[in-house]
Design a protein around this ligand. Structure first.
Ligand code: AHR
Length: 504
């Protein structure tokens, strides 16, 4: 007799919801860093490039994901950036050093090009202002340049530069990672809290319809984590709409169970920041709830060694070009599940980044291809629509460096209008398949449309230009509904999308 399959169970109720999915939770990030812009989204003369130099092969892949919002232009880069360098005739734009990444920025691709590109890519801009080496005056001017229709110095300058219509940028980041000692213009929480409050205030004077994201911590391991958020939000509560969170995980010690348990840490990070936001609201006796913008998350470690050897002061080198494998895709899947499980408070999130730089999409002069992490990201964005159900996962756990980690991460998303129910699930167990069950009697008439599976024997398998389809999803016949109960086989080491719909 064969060994009985290990079991896990999902419990949810149609009426008990976590929150509606804000599409912006599937955002991403393009920084002026490495080959994200140059040779990534922009490469005049490349075979697929259009008349504006935008790579259509890359745009096609971005449209396949359906990226709702793209954060720009950094990242660490923004903390030394003069936005005025990136407007006007291209030939007159200065070449500058970028001390954040020790490279030369040519400014050939600038603000107008980015806005044009977002339209082609079917996305919205999320603009960051420089609160590192610059301040509230420049932030004010940039909002005027982008959002005032006409009749003022900067709005007329925008029109003279070829864009009579305002850009209408709604979402603004007040600097980047200002808690980090590596950041140009790094500040204490008190210093940053004051400048964020004043920048947000004056930017909203210019355009009251904008939303502002204040910098939270660059990771929960930061020595100031916790007190940073409390101080910054105490100073800037009135003008801040979201606080940011950033995190990157790696597996340099090749301990896959610990690595895959990182979503436990991410979950704790989110819960802590939610508590701090609510603490500040309580102390302020405020009416406004501060929500979360998880505007940098990913796996990042593969390229560290190569980056240490890079030549300095050249333009767009191969920097932060992590090649992702199957286990990275599993963790990114778990991170997406974690974000969805906090849909009540996480309203924006950006997979960092989008092209070539720690990215789901890679390019060469010849073409573009999907890294392993492309798939969970694309699936979550395409199918994670509607309302997140409060999903209890009954799963055996294992001990990890973050404490107990369930073998199964999962979340259920229902779309009442479309009459669909989608279950995302990761099986982190490296040897055992699991049978996942769920009571679907509240979903009468629903059947399995599709079970998409990403798995493989080799956790280190990756996609390359020569072999772009080594790791790719396949259809599984491991799911069925019988007597009102779902049963799904989640193979060891797998990302699963179980799509159910009401049969007509
Ligand atoms: O995404 C790469 C870098 O990571 C960003 O520039 C910075 O914000 C973070 O430290």
């Amino acid at each position: 007799m064969g060994k009985e399959m290990r079991k896990a169970e999902l419990c949810f109720d149609r009426g008990i919801i976590t929150g509606d999915v804000d599409r912006r939770v599937f955002g991403s990030f393009i920084e002026h860093l490495g080959r994200a812009v140059y040779e990534g989204i922009y490469q005049p003369g490349q075979e697929s490039a259009d008349g504006k130099g935008f790579r259509r092969d890359v745009i096609d892949l971005i449209r396949e994901i359906g990226v709702p919002v793209v954060r720009y232009p950094g990242g660490n880069f923004v903390s030394g950036f003069h936005w005025e360098d990136s407007i006007g005739p291209v030939g007159k734009r200065p070449h500058r050093i970028d001390p954040a990444w020790y490279v030369i920025e040519t400014n050939e691709f600038g603000l107008h090009e980015f806005i044009e590109w977002t339209k082609e890519a079917g996305t919205e801009p999320m603009m960051a202002v420089n609160l590192g080496t610059r301040g509230i005056e420049d932030a004010k001017n940039l909002v005027e340049y982008c959002n005032i229709p006409h009749g003022s110095y900067y709005s007329d300058l925008r029109a003279a530069n070829g864009s009579p219509d305002p850009f209408g940028i709604r979402l603004w980041c007040l600097g980047n990672e200002m808690d980090g000692p590596w950041q140009m213009g790094h500040k204490t929480a008190e210093e940053y809290g004051r400048i964020a409050a004043e920048a947000g205030r004056i930017m909203k004077f210019v355009d009251p319809s904008i939303e502002c994201v204040a910098c939270g911590s660059s990771g929960s391991q930061m020595p100031t984590f916790g007190s940073w958020e409390a101080t910054v939000l105490t100073e800037s509560y009135d003008t801040t709409d979201y606080v940011s969170l950033h995190t990157y995980y790696g597996n340099p010690e090749d301990n896959t169970p610990d690595f895959l348990a990182s979503s436990v840490e991410m979950d704790r990070f989110i819960s802590s920041v939610v508590s701090i936001c609510d603490y500040v609201r309580a102390v302020k006796k405020g009416k406004k709830t501060i929500n979360l913008s998880f505007d940098e998350y990913n796996v990042w470690y593969h390229s560290n060694e190569a980056d240490r050897k890079l030549e300095k002061w050249i333009s767009h080198p191969h920097q932060l070009e992590d090649i992702y494998n199957l286990e990275d895709a599993l963790l990114v899947g778990s991170m997406l599940i974690t974000l969805l499980r906090h849909a009540d408070r996480v309203k924006i999130a950006c997979l960092a980044q989008l092209v070539n730089v720690i990215a789901p999409i890679m390019t060469s002069d010849r073409g573009a291809w999907r890294q392993t992490i492309f798939y969970p990201y694309m699936h979550a964005s395409v199918y994670g629509r509607g309302t997140v159900l409060n999903t209890v996962v009954k799963s055996p756990v294992y001990e990890s460096k973050y404490g107990d980690s369930p073998y199964i991460d999962s979340v259920a998303v229902v779309d009442g209008g479309a009459e669909t129910l989608t279950i995302f699930a990761v099986n982190k167990n490296l040897e055992d398949d699991f049978e996942l069950s769920a009571d679907l009697r509240q979903f009468e008439g629903y059947g399995v449309e599709e079970h998409i599976l990403l798995t493989g024997q080799d956790l280190k398998a990756a996609n390359t230009e020569e072999n772009p389809d080594r790791v790719k999803p396949a259809a599984s016949n491991g799911s069925s509904v019988d007597g009102g109960f779902l049963r799904s086989v989640l193979p060891a080491r797998s990302w699963n999308v179980i799509r159910l719909a009401r049969r007509r």
